[in-house]
Design a protein around this ligand. Structure first.
Ligand SMILES: [Zn+2]
Length: 471
């Protein structure tokens, strides 16, 4: 009985042992595909290179260990230059075994924007919030975010702050010095210098005031002057203004009071023959004609033909008036500036003074005072017509033109003059560079003398026949 039970037990144990043994073999030699991440999920800074640590993987069995390297396919679409969340997928495969691992990568921006400011201090008008400040905000990721800069004022500090799209903030503090040391600016309207005839009334042309910190100074200007229009001379108008912070400005306008000469006297039958642009080859011929009739005329001379300069001496010696026209007669040079005009005038004056020994105070502007050729320097005639008189010159235009520049026919030229004569005072424009004009003089003189005119040379008291200005 006992033997029988023992035998059964032995059999049972043997079966169990066999099962265990087979199971052990099965487990021990079963193929295994193992894979695990090296390292963790990662967070990297944008624009830095991601270095993948890879995975550990193995194909084998419990008893035999790692025998083979499985195939690993890595799917990596990480963009290092773009903020975001990415995944790296590792597909591990060997024979029919397959497994997948995933690693999470975050690309982030933790760099604060750069706030560039020209200076850490600024000076500004008191009571202002409008600061003149140049700044720039550049972020490594968002690029130019200057428009996102906010400004707040705390006490005497201006605080600039800017935050990028990843919430990184940069703040800068600028010390504000509230002060005004800048003077107001007064801009005069009208011309400076201004010219007035004796006896005329000075009329203020006004001014404009601007200031960096005050906008209400226009009515606070004090204007004073010492003008005496009954006497020729140079006078001054002073304009003075102070801003709210005691900065004071004074500007001055010069007013020159000049002699008022009659432009044309009426009723006297007088003819002033005037000849411009010479002396020339033809001047002596003209002087012969004038001498024959004992008529005195006026020559507004130039230095265009210096070879005939001796005719200036002859004309002066024979009782004619010598006036100054221009040295070069080149409009673009003469009217380039006020200084250029006077340089040219002084040059011809020097030549004439060498020849006749006196400074002539009689002048005629190239092109006349009504010329438009001087517009290369706008408003220059307004200044010149005043300034020449302030310097003691008398400038003459004309009220009869012979039109001798339009025709060479002496009969036409004579007729142009004669038909304009109606019993008054006339300043006639001719050119002693034009033979047709010179040969018209005889007829003009004969008509004038026959009709009761007196021919006179111009002097400093003569009427001036001033034209209106067109500059
Ligand atoms: Zn001329």
């Amino acid at each position: 009985m006992v033997n029988k039970m023992l035998k059964r037990s032995m059999i049972a144990i043997a079966i169990i042992a066999t099962i265990l043994f087979i199971s052990l073999l099965y487990i021990g030699f079963k193929p295994i595909l193992k894979a695990e991440l090296k390292g963790q999920d990662k967070t990297i800074e944008v624009f830095t290179e991601y270095q993948d640590e890879g995975i550990n993987s193995c194909y084998g069995s419990l008893f035999l260990g790692c025998k083979k390297k499985p195939n690993i396919e890595v799917i990596n679409n990480i963009q290092e230059d773009k903020i975001g969340e990415y995944e790296i997928i590792y597909k591990v495969k060997y024979k029919k075994k397959e497994t997948t691992l995933t690693r999470k990568i975050k690309v982030v921006d933790t760099t604060a924007p750069e706030l560039k400011i020209a200076s850490s201090e600024l000076t500004s008008c008191p009571n202002t919030t409008d600061f003149d400040l140049k700044y720039e905000a550049i972020d490594n990721y968002d690029k130019d975010i200057t428009s996102k800069v906010t400004k707040t004022i705390e006490n005497d500090n201006l605080i600039l702050s800017v935050t990028d799209s990843s919430n990184n903030t940069t703040t800068k503090t600028i010390k504000v010095n509230y002060e005004d040391t800048e003077k107001p600016k007064i801009t005069l309207k009208g011309s400076n210098p201004t010219y007035l005839y004796v006896g005329a009334t000075y009329k203020e042309s006004g001014y404009e005031v601007t200031d960096n910190c005050s906008s209400d100074l226009q009515d606070k200007v004090t204007v004073t002057n010492n003008i005496n229009t009954s006497k020729t001379g140079t006078y001054y108008v002073n304009y003075k203004v102070k801003d709210a912070y005691n900065n004071e400005t004074t500007v001055t306008r010069t007013v020159k009071v000049i002699i008022n000469q009659p432009t044309v006297s009426k009723g006297n039958k007088i003819i002033y023959l005037t000849f411009d642009d010479g002396p020339s080859y033809y001047t002596n011929e003209l002087l012969d004609v004038l001498k024959a009739y004992n008529v005195k005329a006026t020559f507004f001379v130039t230095w265009q033909f210096p070879g005939y300069a001796s005719a200036i001496k002859r004309a002066y010696d024979e009782g004619h008036s010598i006036g100054l026209h221009t040295y070069s007669h080149v409009y673009s040079k003469v009217y380039a500036s006020v200084d250029a005009y006077f340089n040219d005038l002084n040059a011809i004056n020097d030549k004439v003074k060498n020849i006749i020994g006196i400074d002539s105070k009689l002048i005629r502007f190239p092109g006349g005072s009504s010329n438009t050729v001087s517009r290369i320097t706008p408003k220059i005639m307004t200044v010149l017509t005043g300034e020449v008189q302030a310097r003691g010159y008398h400038y003459f235009d004309w009220n009869v033109s012979s039109n001798d520049t339009a025709t060479s026919n002496s009969a036409t030229i004579a007729s142009n003059v004669i038909k304009s004569l109606r019993g008054g005072t006339y300043i006639v424009l001719q050119h002693d560079t034009k033979p047709g004009s010179i040969r018209a003089v005889k007829s003009i003189i004969e008509y004038g003398l026959a009709n009761g005119y007196t021919f006179l040379p111009l002097d400093e008291s003569s009427p001036t026949a001033h034209h209106g200005l067109n500059n």
